[in-house]
Design a protein around this ligand. Structure first.
Ligand code: NAI
Length: 496
């Protein structure tokens, strides 16, 4: 594999650290409670002395209703491409019909590959964990994994979603987590994966993290299996400082971590790429609270604090963060936080505004600007010494019993260079018999291996497919390859 050279660029390299400079930020109010909480953040950024010129743009429910299937109009894309910094409210995702999530579209359009989700214990926000000093960050890979949303009905009754994980994606997110820890003076970085089961996909993040961590001996880096991470986060969350993980795992874990410190109303986030940064709350549009002046604006306001740091406006960021903490410390809160006398979104905003300039009991953390790793596609490409074809997996639809499938396939493919090694159903061998009692559905993987590797060529695979296709409907084919002499595919459960 090529040595990876990471050139660390300042995220804000397009913005001179000139105090007279006022950056333009695209502001998307969003759906549900979005307009109220984003208005709160805009008011408070301005009040805290943030130098920002806001450029309004829309996305989400109203845009879907106008018939734009992505939920993101061209003008909004153009605004983001120009400003490269976004503060956004939550966007509703249509459920159960064709349209994709406008959030995911925005993250992917601008390749914001790193989703940074910090949580910390807050004064005046009682939880079962109060007093334990929770202060941790989930760093979620943001553009790959199951969220690529590549799905197919393989039969009328079997759905498939592809989990695509790339070496580039793993290197970028692993090195971002390490750079982030350094920028915040944190020393403990865990990578959380399901590599014990998904050895190639989740395993790639585990191994790329280990390689990247070898360059950071000053950090305490470790691996934790994702289910144990969930368990440990509930049992002893104070042991974590930074957790880096794949997209879906990070989505789930970060909702869990927000609950440790008082709920989604307190969970901010930054979606970072090398070109664009999008700041938003972790929470959604909470439609039942829309327009009622009850939503907690802290998550979006703290996202705006992250935005100010990204813009290198550290003084304004600290002033706003301190004012939020001080407001909570003074017992002022919205109704999601605790029993007692809650205030509305507008009154909470006013209370924070009135405290700008006051300190809280939490000292601001010393931070350096975050430098994202710049890794090109060619940097991340491995150069194996050898690659050879080992066979083909052909996925078929059938209601036949496995014995009959095997016998028909063997007859149909006799005389080809391929030999039927096994048939599996949902990843478990069902032929040859294992002696188990695996249930079957109408979806089988038929693994054909080739003894003479020289006999593998395009025509022989097409001939094999034609022969299989004469007796069964096939819907999916995967070539089997050995890379550097090792199988670059996994065995089925029960396969020898
Ligand atoms: P949600 O986060 O909107 O609500 C979950 C629970 O938390 C609800 O009980 C809600 O009332 C409460 N909650 C959330 N934020 C709050 C706040 N600031 N103050 C007080 N209570 C708050 O999640 P849900 O219901 O799953 O999703 C609603 C919609 O939001 C869906 O269309 C979903 O697709 C979208 N969504 C958008 C996101 C984004 O734009 N980044 C993220 C998550 C969901």
């Amino acid at each position: 594999m090529k040595h990876i050279t990471c050139i660390f660029l300042r995220m804000s390299n397009h913005m001179p650290p000139d105090h007279a400079f006022t950056p333009v930020v695209t502001m998307i109010p969003g759906d549900g409670i979005g307009p109220e909480v984003v208005a709160s953040a805009v008011t408070l950024v301005d009040a805290a002395g943030g130098r920002v010129s806001w450029e309004y743009a829309d996305a989400g429910a109203e845009v879907f209703r106008r018939g734009i299937p992505s939920g993101v109009p061209e003008e909004t894309i153009a605004s983001i491409a120009r400003t490269r910094v976004v503060l956004k409210g939550p966007l509703e995702t249509p459920v159960g019909y064709g349209e994709k999530s406008a959030n995911v579209t925005l993250r992917k359009l601008f390749e914001t590959f790193a989703n940074i989700r910090p949580v910390r214990e807050l004064p005046g926000v009682p939880t079962p964990y109060s007093g334990r000093g929770i202060d941790l960050v989930v760093i979620r890979e943001n553009v790959e994994d199951l969220y690529a949303g590549i799905e197919h009905m393989q039969t009328p009754d079997v759905a498939q979603c592809l989990k695509l994980i790339s070496r580039l994606g793993c290197q970028r997110i692993a090195r971002t987590a390490l750079a982030f820890a350094r920028s915040e003076g944190r020393t403990n970085v865990a990578v959380a994966t399901k590599a014990n089961i998904m050895k190639l996909t989740e395993g790639m993040l585990k191994s790329e993290f280990a390689l990247a961590a070898a360059d950071c001996p000053e950090l305490d880096t470790w691996h934790v299996i994702i289910d144990n991470a969930a368990h440990q986060l509930v049992k002893a969350p104070e042991q974590f400082e930074v957790i880096v993980t794949t997209n879906m795992n990070g989505d789930i874990l970060s909702d869990l971590t927000s609950a440790l410190v008082g709920g989604l109303g307190f969970a901010p986030s930054a979606n970072l790429g090398t070109e664009v940064a999008i700041f938003e709350a972790v929470h959604g549009s909470a439609p039942k609270y829309a327009g009622q002046d009850v939503a907690n604006p802290c998550a979006v306001v703290l996202s705006a604090v992250m935005m100010l740091r990204h813009l290198e406006q550290f003084e304004a960021a600290d002033a706003l963060e301190q004012a939020v903490y001080r407001t909570l410390e003074d017992g002022i809160h919205t109704k999601d936080v605790k029993a007692g006398e809650p205030v509305g979104t507008a009154a909470f905003t006013e209370a924070v505004r009135a405290r700008i300039g006051q300190a809280s009991s939490i000292a601001p953390r010393q931070r350096q600007p975050l430098a994202l790793p710049q890794i090109s596609r060619s940097d991340a490409r491995s150069e194996p010494g050898s690659r050879s074809k080992a066979g083909v997996d052909i996925f078929i639809e059938s209601t036949d019993e496995p014995e009959r499938i095997a016998s028909r396939l063997q007859d149909a493919t006799a005389g080809t260079p391929y030999h039927l090694k096994m048939v599996s159903c949902r990843g478990t061998v069902v032929w040859p018999s294992t002696g188990g009692s695996t249930g079957c559905i109408d979806h089988f993987r038929c693994r054909f291996v080739i003894a003479d590797r020289h006999a593998w060529h395009q025509e022989s695979v097409l001939d094999l497919l034609q022969r299989v296709g004469r007796i069964y409907r096939w819907m999916h084919v995967e070539k089997l390859e050995d890379i550097d002499g090792e199988p670059a595919y996994t065995k089925a459960q029960g396969e020898n």
